[in-house]
Write a protein that binds this ligand. Structure first.
Ligand code: PGA
Length: 246
């Protein structure tokens, strides 16, 4: 079996405050040679995170470089604030801000050009899974990202499978459902970038908790997790990181 590095990325979403920042900076003790840990707080807290203890990521940014774009933040600004990662294409941004696959692709490309690693999310709503055209839907999402990035850049991204019906609902994909999609996604990548497919980290996201992380991460193609709610609690997040190390 191919052994890939694992990754656990915490997405705080619009949660947290300086107290939580301090507790992560002072009390997060997990460290493993085999696991990349990324913490993604809201923008206002990025600068305050201790990026010697974990990597720091943003939850969003603009694909534009600079200028008259009120409220936006560029990749260069994220780098300056200590980020090495940025989440792109999260379903909440697709829903709240109408981000299309094309916008997601251009953000992923801009992240790479800026020296940030994009964690590119994809995943289906419940009705797509129930109607049975799941793999067509997922293939389209992944192929639009590939079209924007080009196959040469696929070794500079992390993918995150996030079934929308599992996000924040307490309903986790079963380990078998996660594995099935992760293997499929890896094979779609393999078609255009065979040399990258086996090293690409593919994270699972959607109600991952301390007590279900191990069974999800035990799957051959699940390389860790993108964690929402449970990333706000130091103990839970640490347990998930430990699960990824085993
Ligand atoms: P959740 O969120 O862990 O709270 O379900 C996952 C995500 O949105 O990445």
């Amino acid at each position: 079996m191919i052994k890939r590095r694992a990754m656990v990325a915490g997405n705080w979403k619009m949660n947290g405050n300086q107290t939580l920042v301090n507790s992560f900076n002072q009390q997060f003790k997990f460290s493993s040679e085999n696991v990349d840990v990324v913490v993604c707080p809201p923008l206002t807290m990025l600068n305050a995170m201790d990026n010697n203890r974990f990597s720091v990521g943003a939850q969003n940014f603009s694909q534009l470089d600079e200028g008259a774009h009120t409220g936006d933040v560029s990749g260069a600004m994220l780098k300056e604030a200590g980020c090495d990662f940025v989440i792109v294409g999260h379903s909440e941004r697709r829903a709240d801000h109408n981000e299309s696959d094309e916008v997601v692709g251009s953000k992923a490309l801009k992240a790479i050009q800026t020296g940030l690693t994009p964690i590119v999310c994809f995943g289906e709503p419940l009705e797509v899974r129930e109607q049975g055209d799941l793999f067509t839907f997922l293939r389209n999402q992944i192929e639009r990202v590939i079209a924007a990035l080009g196959s040469d850049n696929l070794n500079k991204i992390v993918l995150a499978y996030e079934p929308i019906w599992a996000i924040g609902t307490g309903k986790t994909a079963s380990p078998a459902q996660a594995q099935e999609v992760h293997e499929f996604a890896r094979n779609v990548i393999r078609e255009v970038a065979p040399e990258t497919a086996d090293t690409l980290q593919i994270l699972y996201g959607g109600s991952v908790k301390g007590d279900n992380a191990a069974e999800l991460f035990a799957n051959a193609d699940v390389d860790g997790g993108l964690i929402g709610g449970a990333s706000l609690k130091l103990e839970d997040f640490t347990r998930i990181c430990e699960a990824a190390a085993n």
